[in-house]
Ligand binder design. Structure first.
Ligand code: C2O
Length: 538
């Protein structure tokens, strides 16, 4: 095992990823942020300097942080923000995990300004083997993109008027493929008068006559994408970070924060050939109506001796003709196909506890006595006690309760079922659990109580494991979790706009163990000098 050390400075730059020039947030000047690669067992040390005018935190999406809860990067939950000009060192070991992860800001929705990067963990234990299952690998990060700064959008969402007249959340102005997209410079929404000049197509070159593993990361603030590549089928071999038996499809649905690895065989044409990669947006899958927004990029087979490098003509390939049938389906991949994980694990034992988190849109109690229209779990919209994170409260008191944080506590159970009811009548959401991978034990229409779930007697062979699940409007999912990672862990909607306005709950696992946690010195430093009573920052 090695220590992998990084110096990250979060700053700003003017950029025009889709043609429209705005301020983006960068790490070491890069957008998207730099690739982190490590092996299972390594320790990651990231010295993060915040050169933005507002607070920041970094979260390592999917890493369980077993024994390092303080490094999970959630403001108001596991840490106080890194102040402007401040530095904080994240340090954690990668225990047993491998696969396609990513990292992003967890402050407000500033990941939508560009603080997102891939985090790839390699392992000789991974059943997928380079040289056998595939020859080379690539990373594809897709996202929706706004022309407004996220802080302006979040401020508007918190106001009675909402953003562009809606309290829910904005659709993106465009779509970026590995940081490059095309906006229509003549008809776009301009928050301000800025230069706009469409860039070249996003392009990726693959070796011809090989099998290429493409690790796809959806870092969007809102959008479920349907992705296809003209004339090429996809063998899906990894869901979030779990290897699965390949399922062959022509169009991949991927919700915000999810990852998939696909294997593409580049034997359809000749070296130098080029194909359209197509993205179709399905923002939140509103009312089952397809969003007409699309994006394209170019996938090129490498030519001999670099031939084709100066080819500027566009591909002439046509989309698969059976894509439209799936367009109407606003569904997670696991609902369309059975994704059998590659390593067989039976469902964890029948849990001793079943707890329910129901999420809803509505009007809730604000900490200043005001009404807040927005998103909640169990009728509580998270209000960020930003300098008194839930973790320090549990460390101090051994328990936690607040009218402004929905929280469920597991004191002794070894396993538990967490039911998520999406009570929204027309909005579908991607839900992410920190600190633990879950087994997807059941999903269905409507909503269910703990008693109903217990009566189902759920015990299934080889359940799908993942860390982010898309739950359509008016449906539920049952997630079985092994309660072996003491800590305070966020559960939230990964539509960044919904997260930023309070759609977050916490689970508290084994508070007695949390009382024995030791706070790193620089972690304590982030919280000192701020009165606990400062109160919720909404
Ligand atoms: Cu991808 Cu709470 O995060």
């Amino acid at each position: 095992p090695q220590v992998r050390e990084f110096n990250f400075e979060i700053g700003t730059a003017a950029a025009n990823p889709d043609g429209y020039t705005r301020q983006v947030y960068t790490i070491n000047g890069q957008f998207p942020a730099p690739l982190i690669e490590a092996n299972t067992g390594d320790t990651i040390v990231a010295h993060v300097k915040n050169s933005l005018p507002d607070g920041q935190t970094i979260h390592w999406h999917g890493i369980t942080q077993n024994g390092s809860n303080h490094m999970d990067g959630v403001p108001g939950v596991t840490q106080c923000p890194i102040p402007p000009g401040g530095t904080f060192t994240y340090k954690f070991e990668i225990i047993e995990q491998y696969g396609t992860y990513w990292y992003h800001s967890h402050f407000g929705n500033t990941m939508a300004d560009g603080i997102v990067g891939p985090l790839i963990i390699h392992s000789k234990d991974e059943p997928l083997k380079r040289g056998q299952d595939y020859d080379e690998e690539r990373i594809l990060i897709v996202t929706d993109w706004m022309h407004d700064q996220s802080a302006d959008v979040v401020k508007a969402l918190k106001s009675p008027e909402g953003f562009r007249g809606s309290p829910a959340a904005p659709r993106g102005d465009s779509i970026l493929i590995n940081g490059i997209g095309q906006t229509n410079c003549s008809s776009i929404h301009y928050p301000k008068d800025a230069a706009c000049e469409p860039p070249a197509w996003s392009e990726m070159t693959l070796p011809a006559n090989k099998k290429v593993r493409i690790r796809i990361i959806n870092s969007a603030a809102h959008t479920l994408f349907r992705i296809s590549l003209d004339e090429h089928e996809f063998d899906v071999v990894e869901a979030d970070t779990d290897p699965i038996n390949a399922v062959t499809i022509r169009e991949l649905p991927i919700a915000p924060a999810q990852r998939y690895s696909i294997i593409v065989s580049t034997d359809v044409g000749e070296p130098g050939d080029k194909y359209w990669l197509r993205l179709h947006a399905a923002i939140g899958c509103l009312d089952g109506v397809m969003d007409p927004q699309t994006a394209q990029g170019i996938i090129r087979y490498a030519g001999e001796d670099g031939a084709g490098q100066n080819d500027t003509s566009e591909p002439t390939t046509q989309p698969w003709d059976d894509l439209a049938a799936m367009d109407a389906e606003c569904r997670d991949l696991d609902e369309l196909y059975e994704l059998h994980p590659m390593e067989v694990i039976d469902a964890y034992e029948t849990p001793s506890e079943t707890r329910v988190l129901s999420s809803q849109f509505g009007t809730f109690l604000g900490a200043k006595g005001q009404n807040i229209t927005g998103f909640a779990f169990n009728n509580v919209t998270f209000q960020n006690q930003i300098y008194n994170p839930v973790l320090s409260q549990v460390e101090k008191e051994g328990n936690f309760s607040s009218p402004y944080v929905a929280s469920i506590e597991f004191t002794t159970s070894s396993y538990a079922d967490i039911v998520i009811n999406n009570l929204d009548g027309f909005l579908s959401h991607p839900y992410h659990l920190h600190g633990n991978e879950f087994q997807l034990i059941a999903r269905g229409d409507g909503n269910v109580t703990a008693e109903e779930v217990e009566a189902m007697g759920l015990q299934i062979a080889n359940p799908l494991r993942r860390d982010t699940i898309f739950i359509p409007a008016n449906t539920y999912a049952v997630l079985r979790v092994k309660m072996d990672n003491p800590g305070v862990w966020a559960v939230h909607c990964h539509i960044g706009w919904h997260l930023a306005v309070g759609k977050l709950a916490t689970i508290i696992v084994r508070p007695d163990d949390i009382r024995n946690f030791e706070q790193p010195d620089d972690w304590k430093g982030l919280c000192t000098g701020h009165p606990d009573e400062e109160g919720p920052a909404r």
